[in-house]
Design a binder for this molecule. Sequence first.
Ligand SMILES: Cc1cc2nc3c(=O)[nH]c(=O)nc-3n(C[C@H](O)[C@H](O)[C@H](O)COP(=O)(O)OP(=O)(O)OC[C@H]3O[C@@H](n4cnc5c(N)ncnc54)[C@H](O)[C@@H]3O)c2cc1C
Length: 473
Amino acid sequence: MNREVLVVGAGPVGLTAALMLARHNVPVRIIDKNTSATTLSNALIIWKRTLQTLDSVIPWEKFDEGFIRATFMEFIHHGECAMRIDVRAAEQKFPAGILVPQFDTERILSETLQANGITVEREVELISFTELSDCVQCELSIGETLQTPFLIGCDGAHSTVRHTLDAPFVGKTIPRLWNLADIDFDGHTELGATYSESHGDGTILFFPVTEGRLRVFSDAGKDATEKTGTPPSLSDIQHMLDTQSTLGLKATKLHWSGEYIVNERQVESYRHGQIFLAGDAAHVHSPAGGQGMNLGMQDAANLAWKLACVLNGASDSLLDTYQEERHPIGAQVLKFTSGLRKNQTIDNPIIRVFNEVRMKALLKVHAVQHKMAAVICEDEWNYRTSSLTHSGGGDFFPDDSDAYTLLRDKQMTLFCSEQCSFENELLPVSQVKNDAVVEKFGGDVLVRPDGYVAGVGKDEILKWFSRVGFQSA
Ligand SMILES: Cc1cc2nc3c(=O)[nH]c(=O)nc-3n(C[C@H](O)[C@H](O)[C@H](O)COP(=O)(O)OP(=O)(O)OC[C@H]3O[C@@H](n4cnc5c(N)ncnc54)[C@H](O)[C@@H]3O)c2cc1C
């Protein structure tokens, strides 16, 4: 049987999955039905946790070159700043977030994949598949039948893989229309800042795309429940800017525009035997907070090293921890973005003002400001309750010192104070003698390939190795 893992979909999530598999020397094929990569800016921000997750294969500085850093989110009411969340409160060695249009994110991922010898096979569609006892048999649009040990569906919100599995996409459609457009503009906004302005009928939001270009997202009000089929024109957008915003912006050029209806849905199971769902194929939600792409790319990083271990002989049960670790974080994001969406569409003006006053008072407390920034930058995501986690583990390896750079180009990293030896055939473990890290954690520290601390202390690390199926000595 062919040992190549098949990744379906070359959006940001499929590209991350292929890249992370390649990093562990797993043979991989990545196909996409589209002729070329997206030219749309869709996801505009890479948050800190995604930068950290990718850092071992793409140092975060690569995303910093030529792109803008996220600064703050300002909420405007009647032309006055009602509250401001400064996301830079979450900055340490890594920036809180970098504004990178999705086509550039995909370009950087594709280039890195290509440097690893893997090219996206374009105009190749997964038509159907059947799960056999030890593999998945796939039919491709190019007339090829292939057998793969694992199929990863990164094929977006309308996923063929999810539909073929008949996996229910549990949740709801929110019957409220949003208009969106990328425009060049004249006028003043702070570089890297996002603005949310309440108007009589809802909310208008502005996200920086690049210098001089903004994404406008405007809620069409409670009576607009369906798409009209006609995306807004430049003059429609100017009308929205004039009537819904006090920023005084003039739209000078329309790059693209569209209509958007929010869906809030998640599959119950990310794993179906040898088939996995990741990214929008597994969860969709409001773009409020800019979390979707980030969530999916981190799904891919979590799954890839586990597949690598199992292909090298680890217990199949390791793959169940993909669901165990990623599903709750997906559910948490759905809840958080749903809350943001509800706040943006409060129709009762009294409740809206009350909400803003309450938030403004809360955000004056430094700890609340810090907490909000940490939530948005995904700093709080952890696997502390995972069955894989051992004492002292579960959090992301901290970036308060330069020690994080020692994870670069490695698969699994063991920080120790004296020479220790872990022999295994599943994944290479790089041993790094570093007294400062050992002292900070209070023992030797094992860091997983996705950057999370597996366990602290020799005994806990040995238990972790035996749980995953590593042979240690
Ligand atoms: C307007 C807008 C704004 C957004 N803003 C943000 C933001 O600020 N921050 C954020 O994090 N997210 C944002 N998102 C969400 C983000 O764009 C998605 O979460 C992200 O693209 C999902 O990536 P993916 O790889 O899972 O799926 P996709 O990007 O949808 O990629 C799926 C790929 O699979 C391919 N495919 C589908 N079916 C098949 C098949 N049968 N065979 C082969 N190939 C197939 C498709 O051609 C496609 O290339 C936004 C989305 C939109 C629309």
